[in-house]
Structures are given as C-alpha cells and as structure tokens.
Design a binder for this molecule. Structure first.
Ligand code: AMP
Ligand code: ZN
Length: 135
C-alpha cells in the first residue's frame, strides 16, 4: 500500500503487514471527514461531522454525517441506534443555535429515493417554506 494512504501511522514494521488491516473507505464523505476534500465544516465531534451542502436547496442546508463510514440507513444495524440518535440531536442543537424554529431533517435511502452519496447523511434544511409531500 502507498505509505501516504496510511495517514500518520507511518510505515509498517517489516513482517507485520499481513496482520494489520486499516479500513480506508474511498467515498466522498469519508474523504471530507479525513480533510482530503475541502468542505465548509460547521460542527465536529467524536462521532459526527456537519458541513454545508455544496448545492444548497434552502438558505440553510447542512449535511450531518457519521465519521465512520455507513453506506445508508438500510446498511445500519441496531448497534447504530445511539449513533443515529446522536446525529439527530446534533442537527437539533445546530438548529436551536441558529434560532431555527422550523426545519426539515431528511435522509434519502437508496437511489430511488434520491440518495446520490453512499455515506449515510441527514440533510438539515431550513429558511424557506417547505412543501409537503416532498418531490
Ligand atoms: P443525497 O442526494 O441525499 O445522497 O445527498 C448528497 C448531497 O451531497 C447532495 O445534496 C449534494 O449537493 C451534496 N454534495 C455532493 N458533493 C459535496 C461536497 N463535495 N461537499 C458538500 N456537499 C456535497
Ligand atoms: Zn464514507
């Protein structure tokens, strides 16, 4: 493996290569989490990263993502319940902090529902009237 892709861990000692697996997922949002692609980050904690959507669909349009790669809600398990709750609470706290009394929290799951990036994310949308049903 290219040493640059091992991050700060540096070269592996000779002989250890077979025993160590470092997961490195090459998806867009994982790359933003690793700061390989720039983004306008507005919140970070141990489990979550929040950044501005590059093509905003509302005056406020944030993406709330887990730092750990998770492809979609369908790919989640009961072991991810606390993480999913955390992401929702982070979104809620950011909305409160921006004095947004109304907001929409959306997660597209699967291509047919409009998911284009295969790394689970909530869209936090606010600042304009929201129609229902969504398109
Ligand atoms: P979805 O279509 O539900 O998977 O949402 C993916 C979102 O990611 C879209 O709203 C895109 O505008 C947004 N997006 C794509 N690339 C970037 C990027 N480099 N930085 C920020 N947002 C992005
Ligand atoms: Zn990812």
């Amino acid at each position: 493996m290219d040493p640059a892709r091992r991050g700060s861990r540096g070269p592996l000692p000779a002989g250890d290569h077979k025993d160590i697996i470092i997961p490195l997922v090459d998806c867009l949002f994982c790359r933003i989490v690793r700061r390989e692609i720039p983004a306008q980050i507005v919140h970070e904690d141990e489990q979550a990263l929040v950044f501005k959507d590059i093509t905003p669909q509302a005056p406020t349009h944030l993406l709330v993502v887990p730092k750990r790669h998770l492809g979609s809600l369908s790919a989640s398990t009961d072991g991810d319940i606390a993480l999913l709750g955390h992401l929702q609470r982070v979104a809620c706290r950011l909305a409160e902090g921006a004095a947004l009394s109304s907001f929409r929290l959306v997660m597209n799951n699967g291509k047919g529902a409009g998911q284009s990036v295969d790394h689970l994310h909530y869209h936090l949308l606010a600042g304009r009237p929201m129609a229902w049903p969504p398109g």
